[in-house]
Write a protein that binds this ligand. Sequence first.
Ligand code: PGA
Length: 256
Amino acid sequence: MRTPLVIGNWKMNGTLASARALASDVAAALPQLAGVEMAVCPPFVHVPAVAAALSGSALALGAQNLCEFEPGAYTGEVAAEMLLELGVRWVLVGHSERRALFGDSNERVLAKLRRAVACGLTPVLCVGETLAERQAGHTETVVDAQLDAVLNASDAEALLPALVVAYEPVWAIGTGETASPEQAQDVHRYIRARLAARAPTLAAQMRLLYGGSVKASNAQALFAMPDIDGGLIGGAALKAEEFIAIGLAARARLAA
Ligand code: PGA
């Protein structure tokens, strides 16, 4: 059984005070969520305050991005080593907002994955198609290209064991429109089969998350699908009660 995993992506939201409060409120609920791995990804500048608020808690800390280069002259960037030193364990790589707005190409995503793995951070590789791509019937081609960037890398053997993959259809992110559990499962099954063609044992163990307008009200149906091991949660992760309810929905997988 793969351990259910729920990660909150706070994006560029909140104040120092709200970040601290949200982290503490989620951490306080963790005893109810035994058996589910939970993590939160605050904005970089809030990471130290959230780390302090989580001290002693099993709620893990993640980051939303990292630089693809080793520490050096890269103005405005944040290195994997710096995140690790602050207690960060997870890092999102290739989120669709980064791909669409900040030029994170498949090549750069691979470079970021390499840096994350080299430093011992666990990367969450985000993949997913736009609405136009889905309507044109290109969902699998798009996901293939995003996965192949990693699967065909010369060092894929080193990268794959550390990886979590999040399938996030771009048309469902922040739109309130969620993929139906069946639509999401279809792509998750496809992703696991693609991974299995390369590394069968790993593919069976690898956690695949769904992201895109997951809420407390739709989480349980999504997480009931055989290949959906949890979620990457944006808007609903900004409310402690809602995020905890999503964690509880993931916990129901343990009983299934
Ligand atoms: P959303 O965002 O839950 O607000 O749709 C998900 C994500 O971008 O990871």
